[in-house]
Design a protein around this ligand. Structure first.
Ligand code: NAD
Length: 501
């Protein structure tokens, strides 16, 4: 039993407050809390027939929703944003129970949902196309954007609700229904969000069937991936998952938006403000117990600062409280499960074999119950070996040393992933050179790699998958573009001056 109370009861109460029914306890899909390993629910997973019927219902809803003007579609998302705000603490409670995030980070994740709803409401009046000059007299050339179709959202455990909201708020204003396959580890937050969206739809008179949740594992995801009625598969998770999903969607010429693993690096130059760098590095590397796609995993520090920097980070790590996320003062909650712990141990062993020196952490922390807790680790590495080039989804920060800036960039870009990156420097030239050279989708100056705002496009290059979601013009992935040529003359001039008859 967890000292903070019966977690199942807490989850059931939060779900009820969100308008969802109490979680089933007699299904085949067991949901446990990483806090103490206790059972939260036994849900009934979707079967193949459920996937088929769900996609059919979403396709039918598309026929209605696409006819609703975008600013009217925005009303649904505005109402959803209001309800998310009203139930912020309930949703955050579920995020902590299912994903183990500390309450402040869980609340931050829900705030991100509210923010993206605001963004999407504004967007609903700004789905702009361009008008281009036509080469022909009496002609107009323009592009128009149209709803795409059913969007399947496949999400990861570590951002159980934010990723859904980035996709769903935008998809809905773009005219697309959503079928959500949440992580098998965090389906309760999905059921709560679904209940709130259903309520919002009822409140604004939106058509039924715009949103669906399918509980299940990879097999349910694959059924969605293969369904030709699904126009866009937006899949967030490991590179391993992306390697399976991408070719299957491509085989049916569907659209894919991939948000896969990262292996994020930060360069600390000789002129860096080390006070600021240490604070940023500690949050980026140890926050969320190292389980963010944008977690800082590689610190590339100039030889003149590397010793002091490492020492100061280690000192800051020694003050991080690890434990039950509901306990006051705890900053590092549990790993998601024992597999994550095994992966961390293996990575640390490999790093040691490669000549790495453990500076701090890496050991397990005993906490009542069956949760898995570790002290975040810092390892000095003599080189960027294979283990450093892989994403281990746990709090390990590898520290590498460089002498010249080109060497730092080569180390930084010398990994297969390309999600987030940072430089700490007070040298403007160095900062600009870094922004031009980083091969990541996100490149920052004097802030850490994690904690992006919703206003920008989020995503990464190389094996991170190339997708962009959330702000800026990411909405274009959720619509189809048509180029229109209109002849308002009495003549029929052909393009490129072609004569025919
Ligand atoms: P995961 O790949 O194990 O699972 C992610 C989702 O994909 C789950 O819903 C899972 O059921 C589904 N899935 C797995 N195999 C599938 C298949 N063959 N077909 C269809 N669906 C399948 O990832 P995880 O452990 O939940 O999350 C951690 C990973 O996600 C890390 O690699 C992290 O970097 C990445 N991540 C990336 C981003 C990003 O925006 N780039 C955000 C969050 C997490």
């Amino acid at each position: 039993m967890n000292p903070t109370g019966n977690l199942h009861d807490r989850a059931a109460a939060a779900l009820r407050r969100c308008g969802a029914s109490a979680p089933a306890l007699d299904g085949a899909h067991t949901v446990t809390s990483p806090i103490d390993g206790s059972e939260l629910a036994r849900l009934h997973p979707a079967r193949a027939a459920d996937v088929d019927a769900t996609v059919a219902a979403a396709s039918a809803a598309f026929g209605h929703w696409r006819q609703v003007p975008a600013p009217m579609r925005g009303r649904l998302v505005r109402r959803l944003g209001d309800l998310l705000g009203e139930h912020k603490s309930d949703l955050a409670e579920l995020v902590t129970l299912e994903a183990g995030k500390i309450p402040s980070e869980a609340l931050g994740e829900v705030q991100e949902m509210i923010d993206i709803c605001e963004f999407a409401v504004g967007l609903s009046r700004q789905l702009y196309g361009r008008t281009m000059p036509s080469e022909r007299p009496g002609h107009r050339l323009m592009e128009t954007w149209h709803p795409l179709g059913v969007v399947a959202v496949i999400s990861a455990f570590n951002f159980p609700v934010a990723v859904w909201s980035w996709n769903t708020a935008i998809a809905l204003v773009c005219g697309d229904p959503v079928v959500w396959k949440p992580s098998e580890k965090t389906p309760l937050t999905a059921l709560a969000c679904h209940a709130l969206l259903e309520r919002a739809a009822g409140d604004v008179g939106a058509p039924a069937g715009l949103h669906h949740v399918l509980v299940g594992d990879a097999a349910v995801g694959e059924a969605l991936v293969d369904d030709p009625r699904v126009a866009l598969v937006s899949a967030t998770g490991s590179i391993r998952m992306g390697r399976i999903v991408a070719p299957r969607v491509a085989a049916r010429f569907g659209r894919c938006l991939l948000e896969l693993g990262g292996n994020n690096g930060a360069i600390v130059g000789p002129s860096a403000d080390l006070d600021l760098a240490v604070r940023a590095v500690v949050f980026a590397a140890a926050g969320t117990a190292g389980q963010r796609c944008t977690t800082l995993r590689r610190l590339i520090a100039h030889r003149s600062v590397v010793d002091e920097l490492t020492e100061r980070i280690a000192k800051a790590y020694s003050g991080l409280r690890v434990g039950d996320p509901f306990d006051d003062g705890v900053l590092v909650g549990p790993l998601i499960d024992g597999r994550a712990h095994a992966a961390m141990r293996t990575a640390l062993e490999r790093a040691e074999l490669d000549g790495g020196i453990l500076v701090t952490g890496g050991d397990a922390v005993e906490v009542p119950g069956d949760g898995v807790y570790v002290r975040p680790a810092v390892v000095r590495m003599p080189a960027q070996t294979d283990v450093v080039r892989e994403e281990t989804f746990a709090p390990i920060l590898y520290v590498l040393t460089y002498d010249g800036f080109d060497e730092a960039i080569a180390l930084h870009n010398g990994v297969p992933q390309g999600l987030s990156s940072s430089i700490f420097t007070t040298d403007q030239r160095e900062a600009e050179r870094f922004l031009a050279a980083s091969d990541c989708g996100i490149a920052n100056v004097n802030i850490g790699t994690s904690g992006a705002e919703i206003g920008g496009a989020f995503g990464g290059e190389k094996e991170t998958g190339g997708g962009r979601e959330s702000g800026s013009d990411s909405w274009k992935a959720y619509m189809r573009r048509a180029t229109n040529t209109i002849n308002y003359s009495d003549d029929l001039p052909l393009a490129q001056g072609v004569e025919f008859g």
